[in-house]
Design a protein around this ligand. Structure first.
Ligand code: SF4
Length: 204
């Protein structure tokens, strides 16, 4: 059963890697490891460095994100090997002429959602970690981050009962997680994550 699921995940990733459905997105498709995990991390979209480095959260935001996880006992290598890393959009959206990366538009988000939906169907996760407002807003109504960070919310996602444990985006451009109340709420979220059964089950 486990072997069959692994090969289904690999086949899914092979198909995903060839996706060119969005004309304004910049390939390659960035994909994490084909892990049969009960934890699914969902980021926003890759930045411009991830294409060369070939993995999600490979640059500065990733350094911060993995520092957070390291603080609760899981290093980057262990995380990448045991947690399925997904994103709202899997290709680099390009630069925003006004600065930073372009935020994927509604059509691109909808188009790319087929891939996450397939991953949820295959993995049947117990814990979903949406990172940043765009990812969080796909699963929870969110006006302000203070309303959701620091909470674990049980919800049905695609007919599966999951715990949603949102994190702020670790981007260097954001100061939210470095200042009060973001700093304290992030610490609260990481505490909850450290106590979650699925997190405790990671092999280190
Ligand atoms: S963003 Fe998603 S749907 Fe669009 S081309 Fe990339 S993988 Fe395909």
């Amino acid at each position: 059963m486990k072997v069959k699921k692994n090969s289904l995940i690999q086949a899914h990733q092979k198909k995903l890697s060839r996706c060119r459905l969005c004309p304004d997105m910049v390939p390659p498709v960035i994909i994490g490891q084909a892990v049969n995990s009960e934890i699914l991390l969902i980021g926003q979209a890759p930045g411009d460095r991830e294409g060369d480095l070939g993995r999600p959260f490979a640059w500065t935001a990733g350094k911060t994100l993995f520092k957070w996880f390291e603080s609760i006992g899981v290093d980057e290598e262990t995380f990448r090997e045991q947690v399925y890393m997904s994103a709202v959009c899997r290709c680099f959206p390009g630069k925003n002429p006004r600065g930073g990366d372009r935020v994927p538009d509604k059509k691109e988000i909808k188009t790319c959602s087929r891939w996450i939906n397939k991953e949820i169907e295959l993995l049947r996760p117990r814990l979903i970690i949406p990172v940043g407002k765009l990812a969080i807003s796909q699963y929870l109504p969110v006006d302000k981050l203070v309303d959701v960070i620091g909470q674990s919310i049980r919800k049905k996602v695609n007919d599966i009962d999951v715990d949603l444990l949102p994190l702020p985006h670790p981007s260097g451009a954001s100061t939210w997680h470095r200042m009060s109340p973001g700093k304290e709420l992030l610490a609260q979220a990481l505490d909850l994550l450290a106590q979650h059964e699925s997190w405790k089950n990671l092999q280190r």
